[in-house]
Design a protein. Structure first.
Lengths: 200, 200
């Protein structure tokens, strides 16, 4: 006989549906919220409810935003001659944290992956090409897709489309991660690090 | 400039407030829900909202339940002569999963912890004593608090209160976990395993 209240098992199930949340973690979170003040659970519920209502997609860079166009695309201080192409909104966050990149972005919302049935038509590729053709000031496209099979395929695909337009296409450097250990670097990373070696 | 929509950062913050959810996991969960169908986030929000509304505390065993008294306390098939005392509702779940224990429970909702300022008066100890005095059929109290400092202190405290009432007080066995490796067992567990050794 399962004697757990339905409201409890339901929340455990809901947490368990989230990626990376196993049954034990789902249980732990649920019982934590049971003990915590009611406001805690309610404020999480409210944040979830508002998540999609208050969010739009920027018609220019396709990133998620509060307003359309987004704050980055509207920002006059940013360098409009360079567009960094990424797979996901989280990648924009990661690049913004560096405080080094001052250009614009374009979010593809995925990568080409024949295994998962994702082709270029499922990504915001057309929007990128239209953008490049319409805005004459663009001089460089930085392909910042993930350094894995899907990301590489996507970058190669975009490179072949954009280069003929007479625009400089670059990619993020491959090499040893800073703070990493050469001993533990995989072969492909080491090969890329050797290929990309620079005079000091 | 932080360019992330407020609705997104708010949900990241809310997830991050949960125990064991770091900033990276909170981000990952939020962006997962952004991509997932709207119903997913809303159904989690609903489960959170209903969590406390539909839950009561059983006046007998102090466990969380849908009805008062709870399903276990109402169950006529269970052995009413034995009460297993646990710290949390999750412990009841764990013991129920064994399908071996057929007695009743008593949930303390915590353990004695002077460091955290939790004394016996913060636990459901009085309710346990009243229960033992009121119901004459009780012959055994199994102390199933956690095998750590707080759990041991709580068990010792309860033992001293209950034994004088002429009721058998037992504790869960300490020893090597099944499937574990003697080589990796800590010293205290090994000492307890030796103390509790049985003739075969």
């Amino acid at each position: 006989m399962d004697t757990t209240p339905r409201a409890v098992t339901r929340l455990i199930d809901e947490f368990h549906r989230l990626p990376g949340i196993g049954p034990k973690t789902a249980q732990r979170l649920t019982f934590y919220l049971l003990r915590a003040p009611k406001e805690h659970a309610l404020s999480l519920a409210e944040a979830l409810t508002q998540l999609k209502d208050k969010i739009v997609t920027c018609a220019i860079c396709q990133n998620i935003a509060e307003e359309n166009p987004c704050a980055i695309c509207r920002d006059d201080v940013r360098d409009r001659s360079i567009i960094c192409v990424v797979e996901e909104p989280l990648d924009v966050l990661a690049l913004e944290r560096t405080r080094e990149y001052r250009g614009l972005y374009h979010v593809l919302h995925g990568a080409i992956s024949p295994v998962d049935g994702i082709g270029p038509e499922d990504l915001r590729v057309q929007e990128l090409l239209t953008r490049i053709r319409r805005e004459p000031g663009i001089t460089e496209i930085v392909l910042a897709t993930n350094p894995n099979l899907e990301g590489e395929a996507t970058a190669m695909y975009l490179e072949r489309l954009i280069k003929p337009l007479g625009i400089r296409v670059t990619r993020l450097a491959r090499g040893l991660p800073v703070g990493g250990d050469l001993e533990y670097a995989d072969e492909v990373t080491l090969i890329r690090a050797l290929e990309g070696r620079r005079e000091v």
